[in-house]
Design a protein around this ligand. Structure first.
Ligand code: FES
Ligand SMILES: [Fe+2]
Length: 422
């Protein structure tokens, strides 16, 4: 690996933003895709999107298209959307129901489990069993489907073991998708993740969010309110536990996760225009404790769990200057639209917030593209989670550009300077 690339990461200063080159160098992007994205557990959608045999949806990341489909045995499969004959895309419908997938190029036909069913006029002795669609590793936690492109992915069981219990009261395996929407951002993926991980920008950019969400102020200013929420949590069926395996706290690279409560202010019960419920209570939750939950689910998915709905953010690079930000709104599976919830009210907060973020992030990209951009200092009280993301990223890239793989918990070799914070 080139010295200039590894030098870029060896030279990172803790407490500061990243240098501009990491947002625009195609060689760095390709390393990130190969060694970070394609080795990580990636949320692709909720199981309620594929309730019946043959139901499918497509999920795309970095030019790779995956068919998520329920087969005749009731299992959900992740099939690479690349024909085993001469490589054509097979399916280009975003969602639907099929009995089989037929490649329109020369007619090879595959079953819902990816097995090759028909290939006309092949040589004698052609063994169909060797030419099924490639399958990705797939696991489900609380109804959320995760895939991994690696043959030896990090152990998902640790994730299920630690995150399953705190998520259980939300009953997400019985939830349904009320709305799903993509907000493509014309920026490098890291700027989108950096933005999601801090709330320094919330006061100026998100008045709708900041009016009631404790993340909009430094954590120390939420201590009393959070203690009240945690005292009340068990009485509504929520846990007092938290989980922190985010970024460098993760045991395994590619499986970063956390479950972290914080308070809502001004008597808001949930994330909505007036703070009033916008859907029936989820799962076994019996009331509102005045808090919400930040979720980190694999390195590229984040979320908020309110007592009446859950919002999941899936970030996925499409190119080094284009990032999908796909949001899933989950409600109780028995809730009926128009009767139990109104879609416009349900999505209002995170729709308006994400539209604002898209604009901020795109302007951030324009600025870091300047030849004169220099990384500036982070706010210790308002950007600690973004700092953790940057340390994790730099540690991974130090390993990758040094010729290794970040397959275990990477440790950053960070330059500490007089201007640095440590
Ligand atoms: S490329 Fe699919 S059948 Fe030929
Ligand atoms: Fe934001």
């Amino acid at each position: 690996m080139g010295d200039s690339l590894s030098g870029l990461f060896e030279g990172y200063r803790e407490g500061f933003a990243l240098p501009g080159a990491v947002y625009k160098d195609p060689a760095i992007y390709e390393l990130e895709i190969r060694h970070i994205m394609l080795r990580s557990w990636l949320y692709v959608g909720h199981q309620s999107l594929v309730p019946e045999r043959g139901d499918f949806f497509l999920s795309e990341i970095a030019g790779e298209s995956v068919i998520i489909v329920r087969d005749g045995q009731g299992a959900i499969n992740a099939l690479l959307n690349v024909c085993r004959h001469r490589g054509s895309r097979i399916c280009d419908t975003e969602t639907g129901r099929e009995a089989r997938f037929t490649c329109r190029y020369h007619g090879w036909t595959y079953g819902l489990d990816g097995s090759l069913k028909a290939a006309a006029r092949q040589a004698e002795g052609f063994d169909k069993s060797k030419w099924g669609l490639k399958r990705l590793q797939l696991r489900i936690l609380a109804g959320m489907i995760f895939v991994n492109f690696a043959e030896d992915p990090p152990d998902f069981e640790a994730f299920a073991r630690e995150m399953g219990p705190p998520l259980a009261p939300y009953g997400l395996d019985k939830a349904k998708v009320a709305h799903r929407q993509n907000y493509p951002i014309a920026s490098n993926w890291k700027l989108a993740v950096e933005n999601y991980c801090e709330c320094y920008h919330c006061q100026p950019a998100h008045p709708e969010y900041s009016v009631a969400h404790g993340r909009a102020v430094p954590r120390a200013e939420c201590d009393v309110a959070l203690a009240e929420v945690m005292a009340k949590a068990p009485s509504v069926g929520l846990t007092q536990d938290h989980v922190n395996r985010s970024w460098l706290q993760a045991e395994q690279f590619g499986l970063e996760y956390s479950f972290d409560r914080y308070p809502l202010f001004r008597s808001h019960l949930t994330g909505s225009r007036e703070g009033r419920p916008v859907a029936p209570l989820l799962g076994s939750i019996t009331g509102y404790d005045g808090g919400t939950t930040d979720l980190h689910l694999g390195p590229m998915t984040f979320g908020l769990a309110y007592c009446d709905h859950v919002v999941l953010y899936r970030f996925a690079p499409r190119g080094h200057y284009l990032t999908d930000c796909e949001i899933t709104w989950l409600v109780n599976g028995s809730a009926v639209e128009g009767k139990d919830y109104n879609r416009a009210d349900l999505i209002w907060l995170w729709d308006v917030t994400t539209i604002a973020d898209k604009s901020i992030i795109e302007r951030n990209q324009a600025g870091v593209d300047s030849r004169f951009y220099e990384p500036g200092p982070l706010s210790p009280s308002m950007e600690p989670f973004t700092q953790q993301f940057l340390l994790w990223y730099v540690a991974a890239m130090q390993r990758i550009t040094g010729g290794g793989l970040p397959d275990r918990r990477p440790v950053a070799n960070i330059r500490k300077t007089a201007e640095g914070r440590t």
